[in-house]
Design a binder for this molecule. Structure first.
Ligand code: PLP
Length: 242
């Protein structure tokens, strides 16, 4: 067996296990498995893995650093993949990200909205935008890993909805490691669901709920997530660089 064949078999096995977990969580929650989209987070892994994943039927991939994502997306153009950007984003990277991303999950300030809108316009593309919610951030501050406090979601959502080139797609969160939600991902995702209901009252089409990773995808599916972002359970443990 070549290295690539062995890697493909390993990825296929991991994917099957993750898909089984998602299906099981859907059944437990009385949801249709087709209602939850798996986004495979390929950060730190090479373009060759992205290609294998595409061959195995993966259609959504995510990255968290533009420096890595831009060349990978270029190398993997033509595979029919949707690219999701899920990391903290500097405004000076907006132009690059708008060139390949279909969705940005980490919108958390109005300056970024302005930069992304300008970049999407210049690129002639429409970017789906999710507001990243930091469930543990005090009112008026950003979360330690990005994201806005829950009470700032509405204002930022309105700004995205009004911006040319951007489409308000929904909300994203990462279960907090500290504060009242530490160790309680299910409670965190239920809170996100409430915030999403409030958002959809004003913006009915903003129905994406991006929540859940390798460790807590079941809790996210139980709380209504429409998109789970899974890295290590599919690709293997990452070196602890980032
Ligand atoms: C890395 C990452 C993930 C995937 O995490 P795993 O624990 O590897 O599944 C999901 N969301 C974001 C924002 C990430 O940075």
């Amino acid at each position: 067996m070549t290295d690539l064949t062995a890697r493909k078999a390993e990825l296929a096995e991991n994917l099957a296990r993750v898909e089984q977990r998602i299906n099981g969580a859907c059944v437990a929650a009385g949801r249709e498995p087709g209602d939850v989209t798996l986004i495979v987070v390929t950060k730190t892994y090479p373009a060759s893995d992205v290609r294998l994943l595409a061959e195995l039927g993966v259609t959504h991939v995510a990255e968290n650093r533009d420096q890595d994502a831009a060349p990978k997306a270029a190398e993997c153009a033509g595979l029919g993949l949707q690219w999701h950007f899920v990391g903290q984003l500097q405004t000076n990277k907006a132009r690059s990200v708008a060139g390949y991303a279909d969705f940005v999950h980490s919108v958390d300030r109005s300056r970024l909205v302005t930069s992304l809108a300008g970049a999407a316009g210049r690129a002639g593309r429409e970017l789906g935008c999710l507001i990243q919610v930091a469930l543990d951030a005090p009112s008026g501050s950003l979360g330690s890993r990005g994201g806005v406090a829950p009470d700032a979601v509405e204002g930022l959502a309105d700004a995205v909805a009004e911006a040319d080139g951007l489409r308000l797609a929904g909300l994203m969160t990462v279960a907090p490691l500290e504060g009242p939600y530490a160790g309680r991902p299910g409670a965190a995702f239920e809170r996100l669901r409430e915030i999403s209901s409030g958002l959809r009252a004003a913006h009915p089409a903003a129905n994406m709920v991006s929540a859940g990773m390798s460790a807590d995808l079941e809790e996210a599916v139980a709380a209504g997530a429409t998109h789970v972002r899974v890295g290590s359970a599919v690709l293997g443990d990452r070196p602890r660089l980032r």
